[in-house]
Write a protein that binds this ligand. Structure first.
Ligand code: GSH
Length: 232
């Protein structure tokens, strides 16, 4: 295969759950780029060390190893110019960059503090130990404590999604007439949450829920058919 993606997985290699890798998988499907999404585990640092990172996604193509999901999206756009555009031009690229910053700084931490304690149970033993140690250090307390108040904390998360909701009330996609990079970038954290936790992040009836459903169904149900916990 010409294109390889190192894609985070759990103990079950079919459970793919990284928010950043999901952005890339949706973008690869959008572009119609044939590829192999190789399962990669947290402690498998040696497999990607040559890319100069210890994190996935890493995309390999033509002797190059590209890391950082935003850089991978730009790489796909620039190296497959004849395939459907992810950004819809330079203005779209610039606005998608803003969505990326918003998704990374608001959505990812928002989902993390609601689901992080559910993740170790899905990981291989050595990964679970690494994940728990590194994330407890990051949060400064046991993971069970981080999510203990999630039944009420989810309300603040849903409020934080309001900019997304306002747009999706008016139109089906962030990116324009069809889904594109901005949609995949915002979808990634929500897909992460539903893949690792049965705790429902979204309420039925929310335009964000309906939009997530459209993205789950895109590309023949690529995201919906992946193992998940929250099936709402
Ligand atoms: N800013 C990076 C973030 C990548 C990232 O944090 N990946 C996580 C998986 S979701 C990872 O590989 N973590 C490895 C670790 O924690 O050791 C991107 O957009 O690609």
């Amino acid at each position: 295969m010409d294109v390889i993606l190192h894609d985070l997985c759990g103990a079950d290699p079919a459970r793919r759950f990284s928010p950043y890798c999901w952005r890339v998988r949706m973008a690869l499907a959008h572009k119609g780029v044939p590829h192999e999404a190789l399962p990669w585990r947290f402690t498998d640092k040696a497999a990607i060390a040559d890319a100069g990172t210890d994190k996935v996604p890493v995309l390999r193509h033509a002797g190059r190893a590209v890391h950082e999901s935003w850089a991978v999206l730009e790489y796909l756009e620039d190296h497959w110019p004849g395939a459907p555009s992810l950004f819809g031009g330079e203005g779209g690229r610039a606005l998608a960059r803003f969505v990326n910053a918003w998704s990374d700084s608001v959505m990812v931490p928002g989902v993390a503090r609601l689901v992080v304690s559910d993740i170790p149970a899905l990981l291989a033993p050595e990964d679970a130990a690494y994940f728990t140690r590194s994330r407890e250090k990051r949060f400064g307390r046991p993971l069970a404590e981080v999510t203990a108040d999630r039944a009420t904390a989810v309300e603040a998360f849903r409020r934080d999604l309001h900019p997304l909701r306002m747009v999706l009330r008016e139109r089906p996609w962030l990116s324009g007439p069809t889904a594109g990079a901005a949609d995949y970038i915002a979808f990634g954290p929500l897909q992460w949450g539903r893949c690792v936790s049965a705790f429902p992040l979204l309420e039925a009836g929310d335009p964000v829920h309906a939009w997530r459903g459209r993205l789950l169904d895109a590309f023949g149900g690529l995201a919906r058919n992946s193992p998940a916990e929250d099936l709402t």
